[in-house]
Design a protein around this ligand. Structure first.
Ligand code: AMP
Length: 587
């Protein structure tokens, strides 16, 4: 037994202390080591609830959206239950996901968590040369993460054998059904052994998902992460807004938002220590005075950071939830969620750092397009509105900076003792016009306030997210826009020269696009299918990728003409291809 540290000792957490909360869930040391290296400080609510029953081998039906930490919730127990030594080269776990993008993302997660266990993980999806997948399957794998169509292909070829499966996971099941994968899923499950563990995660629970669960899950544990807890009363009154931004543009978006908001001091919440360290470095590189605060730091280090924030030597605190718990800093005016928090409760705790004791506060959330749904859940649970704003443009930023300079000069005129500078101005006015002198002085003042190396010319792409009745872009949203000819902001139409006569259905187009490109089903807008061609709405910035992907592949076994729709280019008077008598299938 080691002696307990004396209260005066700085508390530098050891690796096993770091992940104590994960250890309490029953996870083995190899996994704890990986979590510690990733800088995860505590399990998210879905992880706390799902990991113990999954480790015990129970079936599970979980309602959770992207951003809740659901991938680790099923990946960690699956990795722990992986038998060693492995029976043969056949997989023990199969995870079915709706898109190629998710297949890659989930297998990377398995890889990160399972590296100390030597887990062999393989993503398989349409659009990737099948030969490479065949070779990998042949070498033996433990976990296969697959889109249903390609999984079925391999099962039919006899190259994916499901006889050793201990667990099957259906991830984002509602999305898979929306995309027309119901039959494929049924067929795959028929090939899986009877006594296997089955796990189903879905962001929504329509009757079809319930039916799927009733048929394929045995006495499942049910977890619903967006439980409507009574937190509304606790939420402080702060201005709450969100920006939808692609991951790659997040650092720039954060800088832009901070420049426009010009907080006295702000706290930026990240999910892990690793991200805290990375972002602190990035923001310092962009000229902000940022400090990191996370559970991996000693008490002494944390005190120093807090001191710098309080004294104004730093104005940006980048922190994890654990490290910032209970923090009360008077100067804080802004809370920024660098990611959507994993649960509404965590959102409420975070924004509680500002708007205290009658002070005004602002809470800003940077959400990736996929996390849009989680924002809606938070709104519902807190009973407060989060306005989705457009990321300020370069022009907005310039305007705002001029406003700030003007305010600073005004303040100086009103308050400062300007006499010592009179001689300077007088001697300059011998030579120049007074207005010119004033302009030059204002320019110097203006330039002095610009953050060091920030790339102010960087335009950050706006991402269009349209909401249907459940607040998510999706199949139903496509119907509800009615006429279908009015495009959503930031979307463009792609013309595909195959239609109903070729047997094309909406799910074929969605399958082809998501299978051949990095575009996810949620990014796809309205789909119109006429007799001889189809029109699919995709985000402007992804149109080229979609066109390239579709040109290189077949739909219903046929090559098709694929190009930007002329109408979709916004030239207004483009030819109308639809005959009014033409029947249309829309979704
Ligand atoms: P998911 O909802 O599975 O898509 O996960 C959302 C994000 O949260 C991913 O980037 C994960 O790496 C991250 N994440 C998952 N669990 C944790 C945790 N316990 N602590 C910090 N980050 C996490």
């Amino acid at each position: 037994m080691s002696a307990a540290p004396t209260p005066t000792e700085p508390t530098t957490p050891a690796a096993d202390e770091d992940t104590a909360a994960f250890a309490d869930l029953g996870l083995r040391t190899e996994l704890l080591g990986a979590l510690s290296a990733l800088g995860y400080e505590e399990p998210t609510p879905i992880q706390s609830e799902a990991i113990p029953p999954l480790l015990a081998g129970r079936d599970l039906l979980g309602q959770a959206a992207t951003g809740t930490g659901k991938t680790a919730a099923f990946a960690l127990p699956l990795l722990q239950r992986m038998p060693t030594p492995r029976p043969d080269g056949d997989p023990v776990s199969l995870v079915l996901v709706p898109t190629r993008e998710l297949a890659v993302q989930v297998s990377e997660a398995f890889h990160r968590y399972g590296k100390d266990l030597g887990a062999r993980v393989l993503p398989i999806y349409g659009g990737q040369p099948i030969g490479r997948q065949l070779r990998a399957l042949d070498h033996g794998v433990d976990v296969v993460v697959a889109t249903p169509g390609r999984a079925l292909d391999h099962i039919a070829r006899g190259t994916l054998r499901l006889g050793s499966l201990a667990t099957v996971v259906l991830d984002e099941a509602d999305e898979m059904l929306d995309m027309g994968f119901a039959e494929d899923i049924e067929a795959i499950l028929e090939h899986a052994p009877e006594g296997r563990q089955t796990v189903l995660f879905s962001a929504t629970m329509p009757a079809r998902i319930d039916g799927l669960a009733r048929q394929h899950l045995t006495d499942p544990v049910r977890i619903r992460i967006e439980r409507e807890r009574q937190v509304a009363g606790e939420a402080p009154r702060v201005r709450q807004s969100a920006y939808i931004v692609a991951r790659a543009h997040k650092p720039a978006a954060l800088g832009r938002v901070l420049d426009v908001e010009s907080p006295t001091a702000a706290i930026v919440f990240c999910r892990s220590r690793e991200e805290v360290d990375r972002l602190t470095e990035t923001m310092n590189g962009r000229g902000y005075r940022a400090e990191a605060l996370h559970g991996g730091m000693s008490q002494e280090q944390r005190d120093r950071v807090m001191g710098r924030l309080r004294s104004g030597t730093a104005d940006l605190l980048v922190a994890t939830d654990v490290a910032a718990r209970g923090l009360d800093v008077e100067q804080l005016t802004h809370v920024v969620n660098y990611d959507v928090p994993s649960a509404p409760e965590s959102y409420v705790h975070r924004i509680g750092r500002v708007g205290r004791a009658g002070r005004e506060g602002v809470a800003i959330t940077l959400a990736e397009p996929r996390e849009h749904r989680m924002l809606k859940t938070i709104e519902r649970v807190t009973g407060q509105r989060i306005t989705v704003d457009k990321i300020p443009t370069v022009a907005d930023l310039r305007t705002r900076r001029f406003e700030l300079t003007q305010a600073a000069v005004r303040e100086s005129v009103l308050e400062d003792d300007l006499e010592p500078f009179r001689a300077v101005v007088e001697s300059l006015t011998d030579e120049f016009d007074l207005m010119e002198v004033a302009l030059a002085a204002v320019r110097l003042a203006h330039e002095a306030t610009l953050p060091g190396t920030a790339d102010e010319e960087e335009e950050i792409p706006q991402v269009a997210v349209r909401a249907n009745r459940e607040g998510r872009p999706g199949a139903e949203g496509r119907d509800r826009r009615g006429g279908g000819r009015s495009r959503a902001v930031g979307m463009t139409q792609v013309f595909i020269g195959l239609g109903r006569r070729a047997g094309v259905r909406p799910q074929d187009l969605v399958g082809a696009i998501t299978g051949e490109t990095g575009v996810s089903g949620r990014d796809i807008g309205s789909i119109e299918i006429a007799d001889r061609f189809s029109l699919v709405e995709v985000p402007q910035g992804m149109a080229d990728e979609v066109i390239r992907g579709l040109r290189g592949s077949t739909i219903k076994g046929r090559k098709a003409t694929v190009r930007r729709d002329r109408d979709g280019e916004g030239d207004g008077g483009g030819e109308r291809r639809f005959d009014p008598r033409d029947r249309r299938d829309r979704r």
